[in-house]
Structure formats: C-alpha cells, structure tokens
Design a protein around this ligand. Structure first.
Ligand code: ATP
Ligand code: MG
Length: 243
C-alpha cells in the first residue's frame, strides 16, 4: 500500500493509484500517465479544488448537453479509469451516448475500455465501428463512429487533444472539454472549457444533471444565454497570475 489516509497528499496519491491500476489493466496508456502529470501541475495552481469559475462552465456544460439533439460523451483511457461510474451516470442523466475514442488507438484497449464501462453499468458503448473520419486529422487519430461523435451536435470530450478539439469545432459541433490548463490549445479551442480536474468535474456534472433534469427548456436556455468561454479563461489566467 503506497498511501495512508493521514498523508497530506492522500487524494492525489489515490488518483495516481487509480491510473496506475488502469495502466496495469490495459485501459490507460503510458502517454496518459504523463498527460496526468501535466494536469497535476495545473491543479496546484487552482488550489486542487473546483473554483467558482469552473463551476460556472460546468453548469453551462450540463445545460448544453441537456438541450442537445444528439449529445455524445467521448471517453478515453484516463477518464474511464478515473470516473467510470460518474461518466455512465452523466450519460444516463443527459441521454448522451457513450463513445470510446482514443488518441493512441489499439483494438485491444478499445475492447478493454468498452468492457470496463459496461461493468460500471453502461448499456451501450460506441466506438468499435470507427466508420467515419474527422476531416484534416491523420488516419488513426481521426476515427469516430457515424452514429456517435460524427452525428453529434454537442460533444463532451474530457481530456481531448488540441488538434482534434479544433477539428471538431470546425465540423460545427459544440465542444465541451475538461482541461486543467487554461492556456492549452484544447482549452482555447473548445466552446465550453471546464478548468477543473476530471475527478471533480465529472461527478459535479452528474450531480447537476440530476438537479436540472426537471428544469424547463427555457431555464436551461437562460443558464447558457450569456456564457462567454474566452472571458472565463481570461479570468482564470488572471487569477493564476495573481498567486
Ligand atoms: P494541447 O495544447 O494540444 O491541448 P496539452 O498541453 O493539453 O496540449 P495534452 O497531451 O493534450 O497536452 O494533454 C495533457 C493535458 O490534459 C494537461 O495539460 C492537462 O491540463 C490535462 N489533464 C490531464 N489530466 C487531467 C485531469 N485529471 N483533469 C483535467 N485535466 C487534465
Ligand atoms: Mg490538450
């Protein structure tokens, strides 16, 4: 056991352990572990908690998913390892389809992640039939499902790569990302950026989706009405600079 509850970095160590277990199970790839390290550094800068500005984006993201015609949640290895129950919960609460979509795609890892999500209660998971392509993205990284991300009007892609995020926006989709780095291309290119740790943001989204489930359409539209992603990012960057 590498951790004890009284360790000051208990939460962070617990998250690392989840990712390492995911890596050993073939769900997380080696690059995913490194990407998490960059995320941890930025988590320090926001105080390792959900800041109010992130909560604002989270609320708008949930309302946007709930209003969508064809919402899809894209799941990668890190997300599947860190928040499998909550991502399935969010998908049920917002009627969003789940699609496994990997930057470092192998069929073996696809199968493992799909099985993992099903073990955590997912009824249906897309991604195996990679029968459509994101334009202007190189072959393996461009694969997606015709009935899933390709058809989506709103897509939640926690931890997306900057290139693919831009390409999805260029396809006319509303793209919601979770990224702790407000300066990254992903954060800057997305329609709605939640600057928070996936480990906190996805449970927050699942809880809010339940809370907003009975809200009328007009209330959801009111939540989204004056949202300005660039302004939120500017405010977060200013906040970090003032530390
Ligand atoms: P780009 O500028 O192309 O978007 P990047 O710096 O975001 O590149 P990536 O390899 O796409 O680098 O992904 C790593 C990023 O993912 C980190 O910068 C971090 O902000 C984010 N990240 C990693 N783990 C988490 C996490 N658990 N929660 C939220 N964000 C995370
Ligand atoms: Mg990125």
């Amino acid at each position: 056991m590498i951790r004890s509850r009284d360790h000051p970095r208990y939460e962070s160590l617990k998250i690392r352990e989840k990712l390492v277990n995911g890596f050993k199970a073939g769900i997380v790839c080696a690059e995913g572990l490194i990407a998490h390290g960059r995320g941890e550094a930025f988590d320090y800068l926001v105080g390792e908690k959900t800041i109010e500005l992130a909560m604002e984006s989270t609320r708008v993201a949930v309302a946007t998913l709930s209003l969508a015609e064809h919402p899809v949640i894209s799941v990668n290895g890190n997300t599947a390892a860190l928040v499998p129950d909550e991502i399935v919960h969010l998908s049920n609460a917002t009627n969003a389809l789940l699609e496994v979509n990997l930057f470092h795609r192998t069929e073996e890892r696809m199968d493992k992640i799909i099985d993992h999500l099903k073990m955590h209660g997912a009824a249906n998971v897309l991604g195996k039939d990679a029968n459509a392509r994101i334009p202007n993205i190189s072959h393996e990284r461009a694969k997606m499902d015709k009935e899933g991300i390709y058809k989506a009007d709103v897509v939640l892609v926690p931890l997306e790569d900057g290139d693919r995020c831009e390409a999805l926006v260029n396809m006319g989709k509303t793209v919601i990302v979770v990224d702790l780095n407000p300066l990254s291309r992903t954060a800057q290119a997305a329609s709605i950026t939640i600057v928070d740790n996936v480990i906190r943001a996805i449970p927050n989204m699942a809880r809010l989706a339940d809370e907003l489930a009975k809200s009328p359409k007009t209330e959801l539209e009111r939540i989204c009405a004056s949202y300005d992603n660039k302004k939120i990012l500017e405010k977060i960057i200013r906040r970090i600079k003032m530390i």
